[in-house]
Ligand binder design. Structure first.
Ligand code: GLA
Length: 398
């Protein structure tokens, strides 16, 4: 009897663990409504966004999830089941999910571990299993789970409860933990979620912090700096999440491509946060740059580290599979930086990935991801200029 119980337990554990692992072997890619639309969402917007995901080439570039953020909710019924806001989603979320699936895409939804979401809608506290069943019945593939109004809850326990509710509902869902890094989820969540937010919310600013009393919104550079200590926690199936993209939301062209390049270097989930129905060609080209996305989606799943820094000039390295390595030269500042980078002085030996790159013994070809062409080799020093608020993003191939 004991043996049978043990086998049942082992099979159940393997099923749930395997289910979690398989979903996000590389960082999830998709779109989310919050950064542009906040609470102003409805089914027409989501359908047209799914259409645009296909027609813009984003789907072909790897973007898969169409994610509703806060404020899709109506009320709970007398039995406690949640319903959509019938004015904004008159056809229902199930029909919307069917539509998104018919485009070959997947659909995500949002809830909160507390009594109410950050936008004041019904949270999942005390309704976790009911909500997971509802989402599974609707055909949901991804759940972002927020952390407002959670007085008295312990984050690891609350997120575990929802993970188990998803498992028991039986439909695989990416589980995106959004507690802003407050209880260091990277130390406890690798078996619970597929990603965890590491900071408070992003805003469309290059280098600033906007205070709102008890909390603040963070810029591209302030979020980047907060990721550096966390790289050992990221890997296939469990990613650090430096928040959704602000590409196309008012940053300059160079800031947009620097932001995108850095998120790719960080092996971050790539969740577009702009209005993809009406984006410029420039924005579309940034979001669909295949070489940059290839850095993010590399199967080794290693987050970058800072290999050099002097003033506003910084150099990041991301070890990759097939003995490739990505290098990003960043100019945080206001004036152009001319540099002369002698590869031979910067051979790489990375304890976390176990990868090393010897630029004295091996010659690598330099592929410039934004110029989209080969620009030389590591046999000679790399002499170039990186413009203010911009990057040069290279893939080094042996
Ligand atoms: C929090 C999250 C955001 C967004 C809003 C919605 O602030 O961090 O990403 O989901 O809530 O209210």
């Amino acid at each position: 009897m004991k043996k049978i119980l043990f086998i049942c337990f082992a099979v159940a554990f393997q099923f749930s663990y395997g289910q979690k692992f398989d979903l996000a072997k590389t960082p999830p890619m998709g779109w989310n409504s919050w950064n542009t639309f906040a609470c102003n969402i409805n089914e027409d917007l989501i359908r047209k966004t799914a259409d645009a995901m296909v027609s813009s080439g984003m789907k072909d570039a790897g973007y898969m999830y169409i994610n509703l953020d806060d404020c899709w909710h109506g009320q709970r019924d007398v039995q406690g089941f949640i319903h959509e806001d019938a004015t904004r989603f008159p056809s229902g979320i199930k029909a919307l999910a069917d539509y998104v699936h018919s485009k070959g895409l997947k659909i995500g939804i949002y809830s909160d571990a507390g009594t109410q979401t950050c936008g004041g809608k019904p949270g999942s506290r005390g309704h976790e299993y009911q909500d997971a069943i509802t989402y599974a019945n609707w055909g949901i593939d991804y759940l972002k789970y927020d952390w407002c109004n959670t007085d008295g809850l312990k984050a690891d326990e609350a997120y575990k409860t929802m993970r188990d509710a998803i498992y028991s509902a039986g439909r695989p869902m990416v589980f995106s933990i959004c507690e802003w890094g407050e209880s260091k989820p990277w130390t406890w969540a690798s078996n619970i979620g597929h990603s965890w937010r590491t900071t408070g919310d992003i805003t469309n600013c290059w280098d600033c912090e906007m205070g709102y009393g008890t909390w603040s919104k963070l810029s591209v550079l302030s979020i980047l700096d907060k990721q550096m200590e966390l790289r050992q926690y990221a890997g296939p199936g469990h990613w650090n999440d430096p928040d959704m993209l602000e590409v196309g939301n008012g940053l300059s062209f160079s800031e947009n491509r620097a932001h995108f390049s850095l998120w790719c270097m960080l092996a971050a989930p790539l969740i577009a946060g702009n209005d993809i129905r009406n984006m410029s060609n420039e924005t579309r080209e940034i979001l669909t740059n295949k070489e940059a996305i290839g850095i993010d989606q590399d199967v080794l799943g290693v987050q970058c580290y800072k290999m050099f820094g002097r003033g506003a000039f910084e150099v990041y390295a991301k070890p990759m599979s097939n003995n490739e390595v990505a290098i990003c030269f960043l100019n945080r500042g206001e004036t152009p930086v001319n540099f002369d980078f002698n590869w031979k002085d910067f051979s790489i030996s990375d304890g976390i990935s176990g990868k090393s790159y010897d630029f004295v013994k091996t010659k690598f070809k330099l592929f410039d991801c934004w110029q989209k062409k080969e620009i030389g080799t590591t046999a000679v020093p790399f002499k170039s200029t990186v413009q203010p608020h911009d990057v040069i993003l290279l893939r080094l191939k042996p």
